[in-house]
Design a protein around this ligand. Structure first.
Ligand code: SAH
Ligand code: SF4
Ligand code: F3S
Length: 460
């Protein structure tokens, strides 16, 4: 009955109706999901898909075929939110022609804006924050205790959430949720809540299940994996236990916070062959004054020492980073220190961003005093510099043999296979039939700034 009433009313009014009128679970059979943001969101999306499909909902590739359209959203920069708002504009129009379609906004932006989202964009039916995402099946079925806007924090059910694999050969395992660092620019602690480590048993069981299903490589995920702590088990110990107590062949992890990266982690990386030699270690800025105002709690010198120790302890390690330009008060001298650090440290790759004010963060109270066109100029110049550094680092790989996991065809050509090296670099090699999940020794023949090129080789 609810459905008939709802159909008769214009789409823009739907979300003001009581939920018993709004929802008709019999009408929702198919769903479409788009994920924005980081790996954490991808991992949550996989779990959400598992939850919906076990309850009988079918995932479809086309929004036009979906009864329920889900956006799993990101708030980390203004641009990320604008992208979601743009999609919601399209969906408002779609809903005019198909008023029965339901729209769910979940994840970080849902957490940040809550009911404001429904008020500002009436086509939105459900808003579920980062800890409530997995309740979407209950919400659309109108189960008792649920409502169409839910943003309360609480990780109480985390251990019951069964991660699903991303691809047949790789998978994410979230080891901790939330973040307690409150870097002054960052929205993540506000939208993901307090840090909480999953139990060792849960992590080991999840990894083992994936290994038994044929997964070759797992990525352990957390905003700051180095601060993982469950009872007496810290991150290096967790890595050792995953390596020794499961049959997973390759283990990766991210993200590492420089303030918590311990010498024991470096020893573990150096001694445990299943651990892939890649560390994503966001530096953010090469200026101590800026790092201080960012609340990062390390100096550039400390960061350099970690990189030196990693490169001394491991025969081969790939180090990647995140950098922000145009942070409030970043003088040209500070920016030049970032450039200088990039030249000195020689990152294998970097994600680079211009500072974006996030409402409610500490830095939002600072004067955002670097003009936008200056930020763009600084960013472009930094990107150019890093491109030349990446090229140099990649060219150093020429002549080396890298054990690489085959992921499929090259995105551009069916004549090439695509694989991932131990250092997390994409390598292309000639083949007309890539064997997905196979670990191949590839000799690197050439390299550009973003990709390596290699060929299968014999090794003893
Ligand atoms: N937990 C990770 C980072 C998560 S966010 C860590 O601590 O390193 C990913 C990256 O987005 C950050 O490393 C930072 O470089 C960037 N970022 C976060 N907030 C930002 C903001 N307000 N403006 C620009 N870049 C930002
Ligand atoms: Fe954000 Fe800092 Fe936490 Fe990373 S460590 S998620 S940058 S607050
Ligand atoms: Fe990730 Fe964006 Fe949320 S970076 S944690 S999806 S704010």
């Amino acid at each position: 009955m609810g459905y008939i009433i709802a159909e008769a009313i214009t789409a823009d009014c739907l979300s003001y109706l009581p939920r018993w009128m709004l929802t008709d679970d019999k009408k929702i059979k198919t769903f479409h999901l788009t994920t924005f943001g980081c790996q954490m969101n991808l991992a949550d999306s996989s779990t959400l898909v598992a939850g919906l499909t076990t309850r009988g909902y079918r995932r479809v590739d086309q929004e036009s075929e979906a009864d329920l359209i889900i956006l799993n959203t990101c708030s980390v920069r203004e641009k990320a939110e604008q992208r979601v708002l743009g999609r919601l504009g399209d969906l408002s129009r779609l809903k005019k022609s198909r008023p029965g379609v339901r729209i769910a906004v979940v994840g970080c932006m849902a957490q940040r804006l809550g009911s404001e989202l429904v008020e500002a964009i009436p086509c939105v039916d459900y808003v579920l924050g980062t800890d409530r995402v997995f309740e979407l099946p209950d919400v659309i079925e109108g189960r008792e205790g649920t409502s169409s806007v839910m943003t309360a924090f609480g990780h109480e059910n985390v251990d019951q959430i069964e991660p699903v694999r991303e691809t047949p050969y790789s998978g994410f395992v979230t080891i901790s949720r939330g973040c307690d660092n409150f870097c002054s620019y960052c929205i993540v602690p506000y939208v993901r809540g307090r840090e909480l480590s999953h139990s060792v048993e849960h992590i080991l069981a999840s990894v083992e299940k994936m290994a038994a299903d044929g997964v070759v490589e797992i990525m352990l995920l957390g905003q700051n994996v180095n601060s993982y702590c469950y009872k007496d088990c810290d991150f290096p110990e967790l890595l050792q236990r995953v390596a020794h107590e499961t049959d997973i062949p390759r283990i990766r992890f991210m993200t590492s916070h420089p303030k918590d990266l311990s010498p024991r982690l470096i020893e573990t990386l150096a001694s445990e062959p299943k651990l892939m030699p890649h560390v994503h270690l966001p530096l953010q800025s090469g200026s101590d004054a800026v790092l201080e105002r960012m609340g990062r709690r390390y100096t550039c010198d400390h960061y350099r020492k970690i990189v030196d120790s990693l490169r001394t302890a491991l025969d081969y390690v790939s180090i990647t980073t995140d950098l922000i330009v145009g942070f409030p008060g970043e003088r040209i001298e500070d920016y030049e220190m970032t450039l200088q650090t990039v030249r000195e440290i020689q990152f294998d790759a970097a994600f680079m961003f211009r500072y974006s004010v996030r409402p409610g963060t500490r830095a939002a109270r600072f004067d955002d005093d670097v003009p936008e066109d200056e930020k763009i100029e600084r960013l472009n110049h930094l990107i150019e510099l890093q491109k030349s550094v990446s090229l140099e680092r990649n060219q150093r790989e020429v002549g080396q043999v890298r054990w690489s996991m085959v992921e499929g065809y090259s995105r551009r050509s069916r004549e090439y296979g695509r694989a991932r090296t131990e250092g997390n670099k994409t390598v292309l090699f000639k083949t007309d039939q890539p064997e997905v999940g196979q670990i191949l020794p590839l000799r690197i023949n050439s390299a550009d700034a973003f990709t390596l090129h290699g060929e299968p080789t014999e090794v003893s």
